[in-house]
Design a protein around this ligand. Structure first.
Ligand SMILES: [Zn+2]
Length: 81
C-alpha cells in the first residue's frame, strides 16, 4: 500500500491552522494526510539561536507511532516497525 499523501493543516487556531508555539522559542507545524491519516510534524526555530528547535519533518502513523523522516517511502501498512 502506498499513499501520495494529501497534507492538510491539523489543529491550531483558525488564524494559523496547523501551527503551534512550543513555548520555547520555536514553532511546530502539524499536517495530517487526508487519505491515510499519517501525521507530519516539523519544528522551526524563530529566535535564531536555539538550533534544537529546528527539526523534522518526522512522520507518525495514525496510531501515533513514529515512522521516521521519510514517510513517503516507509508507508507500507504495518510492515515497518
Ligand atoms: Zn497519506
Amino acid at each position: 500500500m502506498t499513499c501520495e499523501h494529501e497534507w492538510q493543516d491539523s489543529g491550531g487556531c483558525s488564524e494559523n491552522p496547523g501551527v503551534f508555539d512550543n513555548g520555547n522559542g520555536g514553532m511546530v507545524y502539524v499536517k495530517r494526510c487526508t487519505i491515510c491519516g499519517m501525521m507530519r510534524k516539523r519544528g522551526k526555530d524563530y529566535t535564531g539561536w536555539r538550533s534544537g528547535n529546528t527539526w523534522g519533518p518526522y512522520y507518525y502513523l495514525p496510531d501515533g507511532s513514529s515512522c521516521g523522516r521519510d514517510g513517503l517511502l516507509v508507508w507500507s501498512g504495518r510492515a515497518k516497525a
